[in-house]
Design a protein around this ligand. Sequence first.
Ligand SMILES: Cc1ncc(COP(=O)(O)O)c(C=O)c1O
Length: 406
Amino acid sequence: MQTSPKPLPVIGASGCEIHLADGSRLLDGTASWWSMCHGYQHPDIIKAIQDQAAQLSHIMFAGLAHQPAYDLATRLCAMAPKGITRAFFSDSGSTAVEVALKMALQYWRNKGKPRKGKFICFNHAYHGDTFGAMSVSTRNGMHSAFDSLTSKQFQLDIPSDEYSFAEFEETIASISGNVAGLIIEPLVQGAGGMRFHSADVLAEIRRVCREHDILFIADEIMTGFYRTGNVFACNEAAITPDIMCVGKALTGGHIGLAATLATESVFESFLSDELGHALMHGPTFMANPIACAAANAALNLCTGFDYLARVEAIESQLLSALKPCEQMCGVADVRVKGAIGVVQLNATQADMFNMREACIKEGVWLRPYNDIIYIMPPLVITDEELTKLTNATCKIVANWSAAQGE
Ligand SMILES: Cc1ncc(COP(=O)(O)O)c(C=O)c1O
């Protein structure tokens, strides 16, 4: 609050552009924190929101229900990895993660195994800002002020080779009696630094969970809806999680909504005559009809356009356009996965914040953080627009790099 520059006043947005109050426009390379996949103010989504608002803007979702939620649940389950059959709606990604954690904990309690009360999570993970989500996010990260107040979980490195896998599996075997679930951002750890792991690693982690009676929770809030090159990142590893969280691009980024999806076996563990076995979670705006209508319209867009091909094209353009950065002094790594392009620098936090200002001067909206400058545009971005983002990134990195030698 004391040191950040004043936020830029925004009066509108369209396609991939943000319209500022001074009449200028910024080309968005962040898709509003990775959510705005079909572009801003998409007419189909706006119309769905308007029509639904005119019909039924909200109704509590307990004892009462509505068609937009039923439609969305059915469609999401059909789209999710095979075996996912149930959906629980909430209003943000963090809440969807809280619900996932509660589901996993109570699954074991309902099955008479209350000792299984901890989670395995990973270094560099980010799962949201609420307390449960913080407890499974990386320690010493952005939430470090709360480290002593959050539940202690088993935080491990994502294994990468045969040796680390053997150690990982040994650890899992020794703690599994106390573990309810493992939570992972499949293929890409986002806010923790855009770190990638392979589909083989993901599949192995899933196997280990199955063999040691640990629920596998995939947090697809960032990766879902084509971002990594598949509808869901789990698809690349041909795995089905027990529980899966989606949010962000679910409504095309137009309005807040998230879902915690589950398999029939997880669902069935809550079927009981005892109230204590029920999943006690009921956010006021659970399954808000406007948000569900927006999501249904967004899913129509997913089926009406070849996003797989589009993301493949974005990936190859990012790969070639960011390649020159590899040679620049101070660049630690350049990596691309689907519609995510990352340049990692040996830079200070202050350098990164200065780059934010440089991005605005170039007419692009990118938010370098930690030690990375990354591009994660709306998936509908044109080749020309993407070129503007990659040119700006290369120029900013080159300027910073040249200054390192001085
Ligand atoms: C992987 C992941 N999980 C959870 C969240 C939290 O979502 P929300 O910001 O909607 O609460 C985020 C947000 O960036 C995320 O990237």
